[in-house]
Each structure stands twice: as C-alpha cells, then as structure tokens.
Design a protein around this ligand. Structure first.
Ligand SMILES: Cc1cc2nc3c(=O)[nH]c(=O)nc-3n(C[C@H](O)[C@H](O)[C@H](O)COP(=O)(O)OP(=O)(O)OC[C@H]3O[C@@H](n4cnc5c(N)ncnc54)[C@H](O)[C@@H]3O)c2cc1C
Length: 241
C-alpha cells in the first residue's frame, strides 16, 4: 500500500466529512507518464486518459490535504503503475467525491470485511462508529507489513488475514467471515473486495443470514483478471440481474 497525499488550490472546495466516499481519479494513458498541469487539457481532448475509483481515506480541510491509499499490485494498469511511480510534485485530475459508504451506527452490532482495496473505507468506517460499538472487522492483506493502526472501538475485534495472492485463494476471507459467530440483534454488514469473493459473501449474508437490504452494503471493488472498464461492465450486469 502506498499512501499519497494530494494537495493544491483545486482542493479548496473539497468537502469535509466524506471519508469512505470515493473520488474518480484520472490517470494519463501511455506508459502512465507523469503530467505537467498544463498538459491535462490536451490529454482529456485526446481521450488519452483512464479513470479509476479510489477512497477518501482522510481529508484535512485546514491543510487542504487529501489522503488516498493505493494498493500496489503486479498486474499492470494505469492507476497501480502511476501510484508506484508517483513522486512529490506530480499532478493528477479528480472528480467527486461521491456519497459516503458508512454503516448505520445505530445497529446492534457490526461486521465489516474486505481486502486491501477496501481497507481505507473499512478504517474510515471503524473510526466513526460509536465508542461502545461491538462486532468484527476482517481485513485481507498480503503480508504482516500491510497491517495498519486503526482507531476502532474496543469492542470491535479486528482480524488480519494474510493472502499473498489477492484475487486468488478467495476462501481465506470467505471462510473467516463464515466462521464469525452470528450475534443476536440487528447487524450492520459492510463488505467490499474482489468480485468473486464479494458475490460469495453477499450470497451468505442474504440467503443464509437473511440480512436485509438496508443493513447490507456489498460491493465489488475490482475483478481478478479484468481491467476496471471490464469490471464495471460485469458489475453493472450483476446489479441488473
Ligand atoms: C468504490 C471503490 C473504491 C475503491 N477504493 C480503492 C482504494 O482506496 N485503494 C485501492 O487501492 N483501490 C481502490 N479501489 C479499487 C481500484 O479502483 C481497482 O483496484 C482498480 O482496478 C485499479 O486500477 P489499475 O489501473 O491499477 O488496474 P486495472 O487497469 O483496472 O487492471 C489491470 C489488472 O490489474 C488487476 N488488479 C486491479 N486491482 C488490483 C488489486 N487491488 N490487486 C491485484 N490486482 C489488481 C486487474 O484484475 C487486472 O488484471 C476502489 C474501487 C471502488 C469501486
């Protein structure tokens, strides 16, 4: 994971309190070269760009700084490549933010699960829960070094699950979630991860645990072997079915 802090005059109007929402970041195509501010207009005109959704991990209105955590993966792609090479002074274009993706804080207990693409949103969720919240957060990471300090309520048990090959070995996250003892009362369930794992977990919550629509957020954040454009098409078909 690489945390990149964005700043600049264009963030002056960025709203506060939108941690967990996503912004659409625009990356230059073609070797993902770094772009001078003056070059963006021409890239947009030539459509030599690609957009990817990323979560607002933190925004500090006083300093005007926006933190985004990028997963560095080895499958290519304009976003991952850009993040791996980014250095102070590089520029990027953004749109958004969209709506926040927060659990209902009034639920009796909480269950959050996801892989590293969802870690920024899970952390933002845990940080805004009531102090007496109880439940579980299961987060898949690639190695011990990916663990982060999260200011979660004491009653939330955080489990870090190691999977060196995200997108494969889906059972690691899925099995761990299924093993969580189901509590009584109304849960708030939040899950975001790779498409296939998300579908499996969504099926478990809906069909086996009867979690209602208002208590369940289940979203795929990427798809193994598919670019974001392909993933978006599959995701739209899945949502329509
Ligand atoms: C609402 C939302 C919020 C998101 N927030 C974040 C965030 O805060 N941080 C973050 O890192 N990601 C986040 N993502 C996921 C991110 O948008 C995708 O991982 C995106 O596909 C990365 O683009 P890319 O250009 O690197 O790769 P693409 O061009 O999209 O794909 C190229 C190849 O890389 C593979 N790939 C893509 N992502 C990963 C990955 N994470 N691990 C392994 N292989 C991968 C693809 O399967 C494909 O084979 C979010 C997604 C959504 C929908």
């Amino acid at each position: 994971m690489k945390r990149i802090t964005l700043g600049g005059e264009h963030l002056a109007a960025f709203p506060s309190g939108v941690e967990s929402a996503h912004v659409k970041l625009t990356f230059p195509l073609g070797k993902e070269k770094m772009v001078q501010p003056s070059a963006w207009e021409a890239l947009f005109a030539k459509k030599s760009i690609s957009t990817r959704p990323y979560t607002v991990r933190k925004f500090d209105a006083a300093s005007g700084e926006l933190e985004i955590d990028f997963v560095l993966h080895e499958h290519g792609g304009p976003a991952g490549n850009w993040a791996a090479r980014a250095e102070p002074g590089d520029t990027i274009a953004y749109a958004g933010p969209g709506p926040t993706k927060l659990v209902d804080g009034a639920a009796d207990w909480f269950l959050l699960a996801g892989d590293m693409t969802a870690l920024p949103a899970i952390a933002a969720n845990l940080e805004q829960l009531p102090k007496d919240a109880i439940g579980h957060a299961l987060i898949e990471i690639t190695c011990e070094a990916d663990k982060q300090d999260i200011a979660a309520p004491e009653g939330i048990e955080i489990s870090w699950l190691i999977n060196a090959e995200p997108g494969r070995n889906q059972h690691i996250l899925v099995d761990a979630v299924r093993e969580i003892p189901w509590r009584s009362g109304v849960p708030a369930v939040w899950v975001a991860c790779e498409f296939t794992a998300m579908k499996s977990l969504r099926g478990y919550f809906k069909d086996e645990r009867s979690v209602g629509k208002n208590q369940l957020y289940a979203s795929s954040y990427w798809k193994y072997g598919a670019t974001e454009e392909e993933h978006k098409r599959v995701k739209n078909l899945d949502m329509a079915s």
